[in-house]
Design a protein around this ligand. Structure first.
Ligand code: HEM
Length: 140
């Protein structure tokens, strides 16, 4: 039962992390095409979405680690699992950094650096693909 709950939370968190990423990417691309900077309320919305994504990714790490230890008792599940971990790290680090950057930008009342947004978004997308492909390859 505990594994069922952990896996359920693991996958619901994937939904939150992916939903936040796709939602903000769609809105940002519309603003970029129009050449406009998001107004303060929308910028606050982006910060909340980024924070929710960070919470979701941390939850995936915590539930993933507990499942790993309780079901397999080792990290030695083959190269696909290592790819999954690489992907999960490529999500965690940029998402943590973008949260820090958005908080700093908001404190200084300056717009976020578009390069930071671009590179963190690309890294976390690659990470998501590696992590999902790694999960499918490992647990098939
Ligand atoms: C943050 C990115 C992550 C993504 C996108 C992700 C994705 C997934 C998916 C889709 C599954 C279901 C696979 C299946 O049942 O066929 C899964 C299960 C699992 N994940 Fe993750 N995961 C992530 C992070 C982690 C981390 C960091 C760990 C451990 C250190 C982990 C460990 C596990 C384990 C142990 C299972 C269950 C395996 C089983 O049912 O036997 N995951 N993950």
């Amino acid at each position: 039962m505990i594994i069922f709950i952990l896996k359920f939370i693991h996958l619901i968190s994937l939904f939150f992390a992916g939903g936040g990423a796709i939602g903000s990417a769609v809105i940002q691309s519309i603003y970029k095409k129009e050449g406009k900077v998001p107004e303060p309320h929308l910028a606050k919305g982006f910060r909340i979405l980024a924070f929710l994504s960070l919470l979701a990714v941390i939850t995936m790490w915590v539930t993933g680690l507990i499942m790993l230890i309780s079901i397999y008792g080792s990290f030695n599940l083959g190269w696909t699992f290592h790819m999954k971990l690489l992907g999960a790290s490529l999500i965690l680090i940029p998402v943590a950094y973008v949260n820090f950057h958005l908080q700093q930008a908001s404190k200084k009342q300056i717009p976020p650096n578009p390069k930071v947004i671009k590179y963190t978004t690309s890294a976390s997308r690659i990470g998501l693909i590696l992590a999902i492909a790694g999960a499918v390859g490992t647990f098939i």
